[in-house]
Design a protein around this ligand. Structure first.
Ligand code: AMP
Length: 468
């Protein structure tokens, strides 16, 4: 299959060639003809598969085949909703690049920056609007945005919208669309809430499925170092100095952690910048741009940058901390090895992260190959869990006390081959794979919250303005 055989117009074929794309990726080959024919599409695809061009190219073609009359007002005819500002900017950049020879205008709307420039762009007229839900809702409420003329609605990263608490905004926005329009919904995973949303928004859709999230790109070489928390900074500095590391994205679990890594690297003489939710949008974009230009070799990020961000030719991803959600591992390492290129993903695991490692290996259905370093893991006793409040009593819906379930039996954690057990430590068993595992006594299970109110709250809408 070629782009020409999909009947793309000559201007788009030239843009595609200029972008260096020789042939369509599988998601493009499947999606472009469907979108051109006006069908609704449910796309199950992770980022890095060429998803953006899969919807941007046919949208540009459909819109330019139905031009607005010269001098007539220019209403919004395509709306793309995406969860993060970086992703919104990236999608907008792609629309600009692919549509450079077409008489179409696009603009991007996201929070964290002054709205004036965005309002001006809307007043000038935009055929295509790429937006984060929070800022779009704000501008709709202020009367700057009307969606009556939208012909194509794209919901990108629907599962992430759900995680970030945007799903209600998405529903409110979708309710303002005209009754007849085309909808394209993309999601890397299909949790039940996204399936329900898809059933509500899509009409007789075609389903296109590419690379589920559990399969990281084959071109990525993955390795693992067992290393104590305190030594991670030394190991990272040493690995970053290796000549094969052209540029590296380092993932930290927390914002403070990301700032600390930047400071530690600076002390080791390695300049780095951080992007995370505590930084202003301008600072985030500036750090990302300078990294993409190659001014900075190292970018440290929280999971805000794990999805969608496209950094051409990223040679290495480092998981300084393992993520709590195993899917995030796949998204993180997917920043490298994009569009068929090779890439390396290096993960650090300390004793407190053995559980996360097990979940990741279960998800990707393989063991990460272990490498040795001058800083082998020596601490084999997990840190004490932070003290919590009194254990809440479990009650049923009527408020009556319910007997607690007996604790689940603990699965023996995986231990690193080099781990030194403390003096007088636990007896160990050496498994068939040559790895040491403690046999007994085992750690008592961490206390689990028993009532709904004690569970961590999902991301609330109060974060909306900060995030988008
Ligand atoms: P996306 O999944 O849209 O974020 O795209 C991931 C990367 O693939 C981006 O760097 C695109 O420029 C690149 N890309 C998109 N389509 C193609 C293609 N047909 N051939 C090669 N690279 C592509």
């Amino acid at each position: 299959m070629t782009f020409a055989s999909m009947h793309l117009m000559p201007q788009l074929l030239q843009s595609v060639a200029k972008s260096g794309y020789a042939s369509p990726t599988p998601i493009q080959a499947a999606t472009i003809p469907l979108v051109l024919s006006g069908r609704d599409v449910l796309g199950c695809a992770q980022t890095g598969t060429g998803k953006t061009a899969a919807f941007a190219l046919p949208i540009l073609q459909n819109l330019s085949r139905r031009p607005v009359r010269p001098g007539a007002p220019r209403p919004i005819r395509a709306l793309i909703l995406t969860p993060t500002r970086e992703l919104a900017q990236q999608i907008q950049d792609n629309f600009v690049a692919y549509g450079r020879q077409l008489a179409l205008f696009s603009c991007v709307l996201f929070g964290g920056v002054n709205q004036n420039a965005q309002v001006e762009a809307l007043h000038r007229g935009a055929d295509i609007v790429v937006a984060c839900p929070g800022r779009l809702m704000d501008l709709m409420n202020q009367g700057y945005v009307r969606l009556d003329d939208v012909e194509t609605f794209v919901l990108d990263e629907a599962d992430r919208m759900l995680d970030m608490g945007f799903i209600h905004d998405v529903r409110r926005i979708a309710a303002k669309l005209p009754p007849k329009h085309q909808t394209l919904l993309f999601s890397a995973t299909m949790p039940p809430e996204v399936e329900t949303l898809a059933m509500q928004l899509l009409h007789n859709p075609e389903t296109v499925k590419v690379d589920p999230v559990s399969s990281p790109v084959e071109a990525i070489e993955q390795t693992l170092y067992y290393v104590d928390k305190a030594n991670k900074k030394h190991l990272l500095a040493q690995l970053l100095r290796e000549p094969e590391v052209e540029n590296a994205l380092v993932f930290s679990r927390t914002r403070h952690g990301a700032d600390r890594i930047v400071r530690d690297l600076a002390r080791a003489g390695i300049p780095a910048a951080a992007i995370h939710g505590d930084k202003s949008q301008n600072a985030r974009q500036a750090a990302l741009d300078s990294f993409k230009r190659g001014d900075n070799k190292v970018l440290v990020a929280t999971d805000i940058a794990a999805r969608g961000i496209d950094i051409a030719g990223l040679s290495h991803v480092f998981n300084y901390d393992l993520p709590n959600e195993p899917e995030a591992y796949v998204h993180r390492i997917g920043r490298t090895g994009r569009a068929g290129r090779a890439g390396k993903a290096v993960s650090f695991c300390c004793i407190d992260e053995i559980k996360q490692l097990g979940q990741i290996e279960k998800l990707i259905r393989r063991r990460l190959p272990v490498k040795e370093s001058p800083w082998p893991m020596e601490v084999t006793t997990p840190s004490e869990p932070k003290p919590r409040g009194p254990r809440p009593e479990k009650v049923d819906r009527q408020g009556n006390a319910v007997a607690a379930k007996p604790p689940r039996p603990q699965v023996a954690p995986r231990m690193p081959a080099k781990a030194k057990l403390p003096a007088g430590g636990q007896p160990i068993t050496i498994g068939k794979d040559g790895r040491m595992r403690p046999t007994a006594p085992q750690q008592p299970p961490a206390p689990r919250p028993q009532s709904r109110s004690a569970l961590a709250k999902p991301v609330q809408r109060v974060n909306r303005h900060r995030r988008g």
